[in-house]
Design a binder for this molecule. Structure first.
Ligand SMILES: [Zn+2]
Length: 340
Protein backbone atom coordinates (compact mmCIF):
# COMPACT_ATOMS: atom_id res chain seq x y z
CA UNK A 1 0.00 0.00 0.00
CA UNK A 2 1.49 3.38 -0.95
CA UNK A 3 1.54 6.16 1.68
CA UNK A 4 -1.04 8.04 -0.42
CA UNK A 5 -3.44 5.09 -0.54
CA UNK A 6 -2.94 4.40 3.16
CA UNK A 7 -3.68 7.99 4.15
CA UNK A 8 -6.69 8.45 1.87
CA UNK A 9 -8.19 5.11 2.96
CA UNK A 10 -7.72 6.09 6.62
CA UNK A 11 -9.60 9.35 5.98
CA UNK A 12 -12.49 7.24 4.70
CA UNK A 13 -12.16 4.98 7.77
CA UNK A 14 -11.29 2.00 5.54
CA UNK A 15 -8.77 -0.71 6.59
CA UNK A 16 -5.06 0.02 5.99
CA UNK A 17 -1.85 -2.07 6.09
CA UNK A 18 -0.50 -0.07 9.03
CA UNK A 19 -1.50 3.05 11.00
CA UNK A 20 -1.56 6.19 8.83
CA UNK A 21 0.52 9.16 9.98
CA UNK A 22 -0.04 12.56 8.43
CA UNK A 23 0.27 16.29 8.93
CA UNK A 24 -2.73 18.46 8.03
CA UNK A 25 -0.75 21.40 9.48
CA UNK A 26 2.95 22.32 9.37
CA UNK A 27 5.65 19.96 10.73
CA UNK A 28 8.43 22.32 9.71
CA UNK A 29 11.22 22.96 12.22
CA UNK A 30 14.46 24.90 11.87
CA UNK A 31 16.46 21.66 11.88
CA UNK A 32 14.44 20.42 8.88
CA UNK A 33 15.24 23.74 7.15
CA UNK A 34 18.92 23.06 7.75
CA UNK A 35 18.69 19.45 6.56
CA UNK A 36 16.96 20.46 3.31
CA UNK A 37 18.81 23.76 2.77
CA UNK A 38 15.37 25.38 2.32
CA UNK A 39 14.48 28.14 4.74
CA UNK A 40 11.72 30.44 5.93
CA UNK A 41 10.86 33.10 4.86
CA UNK A 42 11.69 32.22 1.21
CA UNK A 43 9.71 28.96 1.59
CA UNK A 44 6.47 30.97 1.97
CA UNK A 45 6.71 32.67 -1.42
CA UNK A 46 9.14 30.67 -3.58
CA UNK A 47 7.54 27.49 -4.95
CA UNK A 48 10.76 25.46 -5.36
CA UNK A 49 11.91 26.24 -1.82
CA UNK A 50 8.40 25.52 -0.49
CA UNK A 51 8.23 22.13 -2.27
CA UNK A 52 11.75 21.16 -1.19
CA UNK A 53 11.08 21.96 2.47
CA UNK A 54 7.62 20.36 2.51
CA UNK A 55 9.04 17.12 1.09
CA UNK A 56 11.05 16.70 4.32
CA UNK A 57 7.83 15.46 5.96
CA UNK A 58 7.96 12.38 3.76
CA UNK A 59 11.66 12.07 2.89
CA UNK A 60 13.12 12.69 6.35
CA UNK A 61 10.31 11.98 8.80
CA UNK A 62 8.46 9.25 6.91
CA UNK A 63 4.94 10.73 7.07
CA UNK A 64 2.35 9.53 4.56
CA UNK A 65 1.72 13.13 3.52
CA UNK A 66 3.40 16.27 2.20
CA UNK A 67 1.82 19.64 3.03
CA UNK A 68 3.46 22.65 1.35
CA UNK A 69 1.41 25.52 2.83
CA UNK A 70 3.13 26.19 6.18
CA UNK A 71 1.61 29.36 7.63
CA UNK A 72 -1.95 30.74 7.83
CA UNK A 73 -1.31 33.99 5.95
CA UNK A 74 -1.01 33.21 2.23
CA UNK A 75 -4.58 34.30 1.46
CA UNK A 76 -4.45 37.41 3.68
CA UNK A 77 -1.33 38.46 1.76
CA UNK A 78 -3.02 37.72 -1.59
CA UNK A 79 -6.01 39.85 -0.54
CA UNK A 80 -3.58 42.72 0.00
CA UNK A 81 -2.98 42.68 3.77
CA UNK A 82 0.42 43.78 4.94
CA UNK A 83 2.10 40.52 5.97
CA UNK A 84 5.46 40.37 7.69
CA UNK A 85 7.03 37.11 6.45
CA UNK A 86 9.34 37.13 9.48
CA UNK A 87 12.37 34.79 9.61
CA UNK A 88 13.31 31.13 10.05
CA UNK A 89 12.32 31.12 13.71
CA UNK A 90 8.93 32.82 13.38
CA UNK A 91 5.76 32.19 11.41
CA UNK A 92 4.46 35.11 9.29
CA UNK A 93 2.17 37.66 10.92
CA UNK A 94 -0.44 39.98 9.45
CA UNK A 95 -0.27 43.72 10.23
CA UNK A 96 -3.37 45.87 10.54
CA UNK A 97 -6.50 44.89 8.67
CA UNK A 98 -7.97 45.48 5.27
CA UNK A 99 -11.77 45.68 5.56
CA UNK A 100 -14.30 47.59 7.71
CA UNK A 101 -17.66 46.42 6.33
CA UNK A 102 -18.94 43.38 4.41
CA UNK A 103 -19.31 45.60 1.32
CA UNK A 104 -15.56 46.23 1.34
CA UNK A 105 -14.90 42.57 0.52
CA UNK A 106 -13.79 42.04 -3.01
CA UNK A 107 -11.68 39.13 -4.18
CA UNK A 108 -8.88 40.49 -6.40
CA UNK A 109 -9.20 39.40 -10.03
CA UNK A 110 -5.66 38.01 -9.98
CA UNK A 111 -6.19 36.37 -6.55
CA UNK A 112 -4.80 32.98 -7.65
CA UNK A 113 -1.78 34.36 -9.50
CA UNK A 114 -0.55 36.73 -6.81
CA UNK A 115 2.81 35.47 -5.42
CA UNK A 116 1.57 34.09 -2.04
CA UNK A 117 -1.25 31.98 -3.55
CA UNK A 118 0.65 31.12 -6.73
CA UNK A 119 3.58 29.77 -4.69
CA UNK A 120 1.32 27.18 -3.02
CA UNK A 121 -0.22 26.15 -6.36
CA UNK A 122 3.17 25.89 -8.09
CA UNK A 123 4.64 23.93 -5.16
CA UNK A 124 1.76 21.42 -5.42
CA UNK A 125 2.42 21.06 -9.17
CA UNK A 126 6.13 20.44 -8.52
CA UNK A 127 5.33 17.85 -5.82
CA UNK A 128 2.72 16.11 -7.98
CA UNK A 129 5.28 15.77 -10.80
CA UNK A 130 7.89 14.46 -8.36
CA UNK A 131 5.75 12.05 -6.34
CA UNK A 132 2.77 11.31 -8.60
CA UNK A 133 0.58 8.83 -6.66
CA UNK A 134 3.19 7.81 -4.09
CA UNK A 135 2.50 10.33 -1.29
CA UNK A 136 -0.70 12.14 -0.31
CA UNK A 137 -0.44 15.86 -1.05
CA UNK A 138 -2.34 18.02 1.43
CA UNK A 139 -3.45 21.47 0.32
CA UNK A 140 -4.75 24.08 2.71
CA UNK A 141 -7.34 26.82 2.38
CA UNK A 142 -8.31 29.07 5.27
CA UNK A 143 -12.00 28.90 6.11
CA UNK A 144 -14.06 32.11 6.05
CA UNK A 145 -14.07 32.47 9.86
CA UNK A 146 -10.25 32.50 10.00
CA UNK A 147 -10.08 34.75 6.93
CA UNK A 148 -12.38 37.19 8.71
CA UNK A 149 -9.97 37.36 11.67
CA UNK A 150 -7.14 38.28 9.31
CA UNK A 151 -9.04 40.66 7.05
CA UNK A 152 -11.24 42.46 9.62
CA UNK A 153 -9.14 41.97 12.78
CA UNK A 154 -10.03 39.51 15.52
CA UNK A 155 -11.98 41.81 17.87
CA UNK A 156 -13.76 43.90 15.23
CA UNK A 157 -15.03 40.65 13.71
CA UNK A 158 -15.98 38.86 16.94
CA UNK A 159 -17.84 41.87 18.37
CA UNK A 160 -20.28 41.64 15.45
CA UNK A 161 -21.57 38.25 16.66
CA UNK A 162 -23.54 40.25 19.25
CA UNK A 163 -23.67 43.72 17.65
CA UNK A 164 -24.30 42.90 14.01
CA UNK A 165 -25.02 39.22 13.37
CA UNK A 166 -26.32 39.95 9.86
CA UNK A 167 -22.93 41.37 8.98
CA UNK A 168 -21.24 38.18 10.23
CA UNK A 169 -23.45 36.13 7.90
CA UNK A 170 -22.67 38.48 5.00
CA UNK A 171 -18.91 38.38 5.67
CA UNK A 172 -18.88 34.55 5.81
CA UNK A 173 -20.95 34.24 2.61
CA UNK A 174 -18.51 36.45 0.73
CA UNK A 175 -15.26 35.06 2.13
CA UNK A 176 -16.43 31.49 1.54
CA UNK A 177 -15.98 32.17 -2.19
CA UNK A 178 -12.27 32.84 -1.65
CA UNK A 179 -11.92 29.62 0.38
CA UNK A 180 -13.59 27.52 -2.31
CA UNK A 181 -11.69 29.22 -5.14
CA UNK A 182 -8.27 28.60 -3.56
CA UNK A 183 -9.13 25.03 -2.54
CA UNK A 184 -10.42 24.23 -6.04
CA UNK A 185 -7.22 25.58 -7.60
CA UNK A 186 -5.13 23.42 -5.27
CA UNK A 187 -7.14 20.34 -6.24
CA UNK A 188 -6.44 21.12 -9.91
CA UNK A 189 -2.73 21.59 -9.06
CA UNK A 190 -2.53 18.09 -7.57
CA UNK A 191 -3.76 18.21 -3.95
CA UNK A 192 -5.36 14.93 -2.77
CA UNK A 193 -7.18 16.59 0.10
CA UNK A 194 -7.56 20.00 1.74
CA UNK A 195 -7.04 21.12 5.32
CA UNK A 196 -9.62 23.76 6.20
CA UNK A 197 -8.49 25.67 9.29
CA UNK A 198 -11.45 27.65 10.61
CA UNK A 199 -10.67 28.74 14.15
CA UNK A 200 -14.02 29.01 15.84
CA UNK A 201 -12.31 27.87 19.02
CA UNK A 202 -13.73 27.15 22.45
CA UNK A 203 -11.82 29.98 24.12
CA UNK A 204 -13.30 32.61 21.77
CA UNK A 205 -16.78 31.42 20.75
CA UNK A 206 -19.57 29.14 21.92
CA UNK A 207 -20.82 25.94 20.33
CA UNK A 208 -24.07 27.75 19.49
CA UNK A 209 -22.08 30.31 17.51
CA UNK A 210 -20.62 27.46 15.46
CA UNK A 211 -24.09 25.99 14.89
CA UNK A 212 -25.79 29.27 13.96
CA UNK A 213 -23.10 30.96 11.88
CA UNK A 214 -20.49 28.54 10.57
CA UNK A 215 -22.13 25.10 10.25
CA UNK A 216 -24.36 26.15 7.31
CA UNK A 217 -21.33 27.71 5.59
CA UNK A 218 -19.26 24.56 6.11
CA UNK A 219 -22.08 22.49 4.64
CA UNK A 220 -22.07 24.75 1.57
CA UNK A 221 -18.28 24.41 1.23
CA UNK A 222 -18.69 20.63 1.46
CA UNK A 223 -21.22 20.68 -1.36
CA UNK A 224 -18.87 22.67 -3.59
CA UNK A 225 -15.65 20.65 -3.14
CA UNK A 226 -15.50 17.06 -4.31
CA UNK A 227 -12.38 16.00 -2.39
CA UNK A 228 -11.55 14.86 1.17
CA UNK A 229 -11.67 17.86 3.53
CA UNK A 230 -10.00 17.92 6.96
CA UNK A 231 -11.43 20.60 9.23
CA UNK A 232 -8.89 21.98 11.71
CA UNK A 233 -9.90 23.77 14.90
CA UNK A 234 -7.49 24.04 17.84
CA UNK A 235 -8.41 23.96 21.50
CA UNK A 236 -11.37 22.40 23.27
CA UNK A 237 -14.00 21.31 20.72
CA UNK A 238 -15.98 18.50 22.39
CA UNK A 239 -18.98 20.81 22.95
CA UNK A 240 -19.27 21.53 19.20
CA UNK A 241 -18.13 18.21 17.79
CA UNK A 242 -21.69 16.99 17.24
CA UNK A 243 -22.23 20.00 14.94
CA UNK A 244 -18.83 19.51 13.27
CA UNK A 245 -19.86 15.92 12.51
CA UNK A 246 -22.87 17.32 10.63
CA UNK A 247 -20.72 19.23 8.11
CA UNK A 248 -20.20 16.23 5.85
CA UNK A 249 -16.44 16.86 6.00
CA UNK A 250 -14.36 13.68 5.86
CA UNK A 251 -12.14 14.36 8.84
CA UNK A 252 -11.58 16.57 11.87
CA UNK A 253 -8.06 17.46 13.05
CA UNK A 254 -8.37 17.84 16.81
CA UNK A 255 -6.33 19.08 19.76
CA UNK A 256 -4.86 17.22 22.75
CA UNK A 257 -7.15 19.27 25.02
CA UNK A 258 -9.89 16.80 24.03
CA UNK A 259 -10.13 13.26 25.37
CA UNK A 260 -9.66 10.93 22.37
CA UNK A 261 -12.23 8.36 23.59
CA UNK A 262 -14.95 10.97 24.05
CA UNK A 263 -14.01 12.55 20.73
CA UNK A 264 -14.29 9.24 18.86
CA UNK A 265 -17.56 8.44 20.64
CA UNK A 266 -19.24 11.71 19.59
CA UNK A 267 -17.86 11.55 16.05
CA UNK A 268 -19.19 7.99 15.63
CA UNK A 269 -19.18 6.92 12.00
CA UNK A 270 -19.87 10.44 10.76
CA UNK A 271 -16.36 11.90 10.56
CA UNK A 272 -12.80 10.48 10.78
CA UNK A 273 -10.43 11.88 13.39
CA UNK A 274 -6.89 13.09 12.88
CA UNK A 275 -4.58 14.03 15.74
CA UNK A 276 -3.72 14.73 18.44
CA UNK A 277 -0.17 14.49 19.82
CA UNK A 278 0.46 17.38 22.21
CA UNK A 279 2.74 20.15 20.89
CA UNK A 280 3.80 22.42 23.77
CA UNK A 281 4.61 19.73 26.34
CA UNK A 282 5.16 16.38 24.66
CA UNK A 283 6.70 17.29 21.31
CA UNK A 284 8.38 20.58 22.20
CA UNK A 285 10.10 19.07 25.22
CA UNK A 286 11.02 15.91 23.30
CA UNK A 287 9.35 13.50 25.75
CA UNK A 288 9.86 10.33 23.71
CA UNK A 289 8.06 7.84 25.96
CA UNK A 290 5.17 10.23 26.36
CA UNK A 291 4.93 10.39 22.54
CA UNK A 292 4.70 6.58 22.47
CA UNK A 293 1.92 6.64 25.09
CA UNK A 294 -0.08 9.35 23.31
CA UNK A 295 0.24 7.57 19.97
CA UNK A 296 -0.91 4.25 21.49
CA UNK A 297 -3.78 5.99 23.27
CA UNK A 298 -4.97 7.67 20.08
CA UNK A 299 -4.84 4.43 18.09
CA UNK A 300 -6.67 2.50 20.82
CA UNK A 301 -9.34 5.19 20.99
CA UNK A 302 -9.94 4.87 17.24
CA UNK A 303 -8.24 7.98 15.83
CA UNK A 304 -7.87 7.29 12.09
CA UNK A 305 -4.70 9.26 11.34
CA UNK A 306 -1.98 10.03 13.89
CA UNK A 307 -0.62 13.59 13.67
CA UNK A 308 0.72 16.47 15.77
CA UNK A 309 -2.28 18.47 17.05
CA UNK A 310 -1.42 21.69 15.18
CA UNK A 311 1.51 23.43 13.46
CA UNK A 312 4.54 22.48 15.54
CA UNK A 313 6.87 24.98 17.24
CA UNK A 314 9.62 25.92 14.77
CA UNK A 315 12.40 25.63 17.33
CA UNK A 316 11.70 22.04 18.44
CA UNK A 317 13.83 19.02 17.53
CA UNK A 318 12.27 17.09 14.64
CA UNK A 319 13.28 13.79 16.31
CA UNK A 320 9.97 13.89 18.21
CA UNK A 321 8.08 14.15 14.92
CA UNK A 322 9.89 11.10 13.57
CA UNK A 323 9.13 9.27 16.82
CA UNK A 324 5.39 9.63 16.11
CA UNK A 325 5.85 7.60 12.91
CA UNK A 326 8.04 4.99 14.61
CA UNK A 327 5.60 4.63 17.52
CA UNK A 328 2.57 4.27 15.23
CA UNK A 329 4.26 1.67 13.02
CA UNK A 330 5.57 -0.25 16.03
CA UNK A 331 2.13 -0.26 17.64
CA UNK A 332 0.50 -1.56 14.44
CA UNK A 333 3.17 -4.25 14.06
CA UNK A 334 2.74 -5.33 17.68
CA UNK A 335 -1.01 -5.75 17.16
CA UNK A 336 -0.41 -7.77 13.98
CA UNK A 337 2.18 -10.02 15.66
CA UNK A 338 -0.18 -10.64 18.60
CA UNK A 339 -2.93 -11.62 16.22
CA UNK A 340 -0.70 -13.98 14.22
ZN1 LIG B 1 -4.30 24.85 15.18
Amino acid sequence: MTPRTRFLRALKREPTDTVAVGNPTSIITTDLMEQTGSYFPEAHTDADTMAQLAAAGYEILGYDTIAPYFSVQQEAAAFGCRVNWEDKEHMPTVRGHLFETPDDISIPEDYLTRPPTRAVLDALRILKRRYDDEVALIGKAMGPWTLAYHLFGLEPFLIRIIDAPDEVHAILERLMKATVMFAQAQIEAGADCITLPDHLTGDLCSAATYRDFLLPIHQQIRAQLDIPIILHICGATLDRLDYIAQTGFDAFHFDSKNDPYKTVEIAGDRIALVGHINNPETLYKGKMEQIDREVADAIQAGVAVIAPECAVPLNMDSKGLKRIVDAARAYAKGVKDDGA
